[in-house]
Design a protein around this ligand. Sequence first.
Ligand code: DP6
Length: 397
Amino acid sequence: MFQIRKMSSEEVLKLVTCTAPVNIAVIKYWGKRNETLILPVNDSISVTLSSNQMNAKTTVTASPSFTEDKIWLNRELQIKSGRLSLCLEEVRANARMIANPPVNPEWKVHVCSENNFPTAAGLASSAAGYACLVTALCKLYNITGDTSVLARRGSGSACRSVYGGFVHWQMGVREDGRDSIAVQLAPSSHWPELRVLICVASDSRKKTSSSVGMKNSVETSPLLKFRAEHCVPKRTREMIQAIQDKNFPVFAELTMKDSNQFHAVCQDTYPPCVYLNQASHAVSSLVHQINSSSHNLVAAYTFDAGPNACIFLLEKDVPHFLALFRYYFSDGASEFIRGETAVESKLEDSEIASLSMDKIPGGLKYVLVTKVGDGPELLGEDDHLMDQNGEPLFCSK
Ligand code: DP6
């Protein structure tokens, strides 16, 4: 039985601060077989993105003097959601099993978290957020071993953000979900030439959340069942091989086909969930036209539950695609290209003439240049988001 340790007034709070990355699925997770435990109907594979451009940062601490669990997200105190509480409880249950945890799991916690990218961009922030929360709490309680099972309880895709590089979420078969874990297929250093362009589409329409959308799909889409049983298992094996071989054309084709099938499932859902907009379709068309004129697959698009395109390509092709995106989708606003330093090539008039594309000025707000990155990182005391009393620093500024 755990001994309740009292904290004396001289003792200082233990603060832990971590960052965790965003991940982009190339084989999509869509549909749960168990809503509470967040168990998927199929395996998925993702690429973890560099934390330089996008990450979540979280500080956690616990104290016997705290009266309730408190979570500040992007400077706002959160109303506790079922997911958040379940995730926290699951971490605490694990901490109780540790012989002598450095921090008493019965104490209430304070959590302060922020993203370094605008949530308005519609980029999946919950994966990085939950991966970061769980990583920081595990460090606080000294929970070692796989943390993907715990992150999964917050948000399915979060389990893939606890590892860097290329990650496989194995759906598992157990009813209790203990074998529904993420494993790293290869580290970020495996494929150094791979680059990612996040094309942020201008779109303020309110979209159906992933959770609600996939629930509707499970209930109404016959295509989802077919996809999970007959398409994803083979595609997953092929994708693992393509990543191992660093075979870009195979990787690209599988990525695009899987994104297309995921959106076909969304269309097959009743009522349909529509996530793509005119700019999304134009970006897909441009990628297909360039692949066709290159007589090779040089780029691949993938779309999550929103209109932003995520483009995978090799470093040598980045200047060409940046120039194309600016030409067709920029409205001339500054800072159209963001992120990693990158040059743009000069477009030939003959190429423009050969493409069957109309300009959509403002169709993209900006393009973020990024690459494959590492998993969560533990930061030092200079990076804490809370003071020694466990209050957010932004409150005292
Ligand atoms: C389209 O992980 O956000 O991005 O488990 O309900 O929190 P919940 O869903 P979430 O779904 C992500 C769906 C996706 C595809 C993917 O990332 O695999």
